[in-house]
Write a protein that binds this ligand. Structure first.
Ligand code: 5AD
Ligand code: SF4
Length: 328
């Protein structure tokens, strides 16, 4: 099914349509990617960031964050543990931390790729040559959210960043053969429904392989501390529409959704999502990776087991394969 921009706007505005929207998204998910849920083991290896995004707790001007960097050999041992626990994808995520040069990261990537795992990077804007080097070392996927396709809003929220460079990154990653992930925030101050419709159409236009969508959550140590948080339902609707339009892609039930609604992850999995990203860092680091408050991630094998039980109760199972985009 395809929707025009006007239809998308109408659906986003009218909560009377939510029931059929969510059930169509769930049906589309089942038809195109099945009942398996892919777990991705997330390693947040550095919370140091040169960017100053107005919404993010890790922004460079937030002096209250205890910054950390995990040593390359420790990143590799976290990855080994995650693989031993059965994860088939490792996600390396960090702020934009220039300490992690092309050379250092290439060594880490090569080591992790010796393990039996797919590898996703989520480390921000880099040069074409960096992206190429990471790919040549075996990185499979790359996540970089566009955050918002509204250029005016983008500029306002991202001091010293350039929307066109963000687009360039997405283009380069695609040209290099990565599976490309992007996504947006929902409920940013001044964000319009129309611009959310543009975000969804943008995902379709670039044929993204993965889309992460989460409500904006104000962080007390940012300029947006007094802003109203994004709506859980609206974020769910943006996600459901994305599933219906892009069909066979991978969509995580995001941590931000679970943070706003204590059952958010399971609800998202029944409205189009098919991926969950448990955190495999130790709690010492997890607490310090506070992009927004009360980040609620699945951690450790007990929580994963409990989660698997919940999954079974909604007719879903944990996948044992790498979880590339299902192009069959
Ligand atoms: N609320 C919700 N999501 C946020 N992110 C950053 N700060 C916030 C916030 N305050 C998201 C951004 C980024 C991802 C890693 O986290 O979309 O791409
Ligand atoms: Fe840095 Fe990402 Fe936070 Fe922006 S959203 S400040 S790039 S960690």
């Amino acid at each position: 099914m395809d929707f025009s921009k006007d239809e998308i706007i109408e659906i986003l505005q009218d909560d009377g349509q939510n029931d059929w929207l969510f059930s169509l998204a769930d049906k589309t998910r089942k038809e195109f990617v099945g009942d398996e849920v892919h777990l991705r083991g997330l390693i947040e290896f550095s919370n140091i960031c040169k960017c100053n995004c107005k919404y993010c707790g890790l922004r460079s001007e937030n002096k209250f964050v205890q910054r950390y960097r995990i040593e390359p050999e420790d990143i590799i041992s976290y990855a080994q543990n995650a693989v031993d626990m059965g994860y088939k994808t490792i996600v390396l995520q960090s702020g934009e931390d220039k300490f992690f040069s092309r050379e250092i990261l290439c060594d880490v990537i090569k080591e992790i790729k010796k393990l039996d795992t797919a590898l996703t990077l989520s480390i921000g804007e880099r040069s074409f040559d960096d992206y190429k080097a990471f790919k040549d070392c075996g990185a499979d996927r790359y996540l970089i959210r566009i955050e918002t396709t509204d250029r005016y809003l983008y500029k306002k929220l991202h001091p010293n960043m350039d929307f066109d460079n963000r687009l360039r990154c997405l283009r380069d990653l695609r040209a290099l053969g990565y599976e490309v992930g992007t996504g947006c925030l929902v409920g940013l101050p001044e964000q319009t429904i129309e611009s959310l419709a543009d975000d969804i159409l943008f995902f379709k236009e670039i044929n993204a392989d993965m889309i992460g969508i989460g409500p904006f959550l104000p962080h007390p140590q940012t300029p947006l501390k007094a802003a109203v948080h994004g709506s859980f339902t609206l974020a769910l609707k943006v996600m459901a529409l994305t599933r219906i339009l892009l069909k066979n892609i991978n969509i995580p039930a995001t941590t931000a959704m679970e943070t706003l609604n204590s059952n958010g992850r399971l609800i998202a999995l029944q409205c189009g999502a098919n991926v969950v990203m448990p955190n495999v860092n130790s709690s010492e680091y997890r607490k310090k990776y506070e992009i927004y408050p009360n980040k609620s991630s699945i951690t450790g094998s007990k929580e994963v087991n409990d989660f698997e039980t919940k999954l079974k109760s909604i007719g879903r199972t944990i996948s044992k394969d790498y979880g590339f985009r299902n192009n069959s």
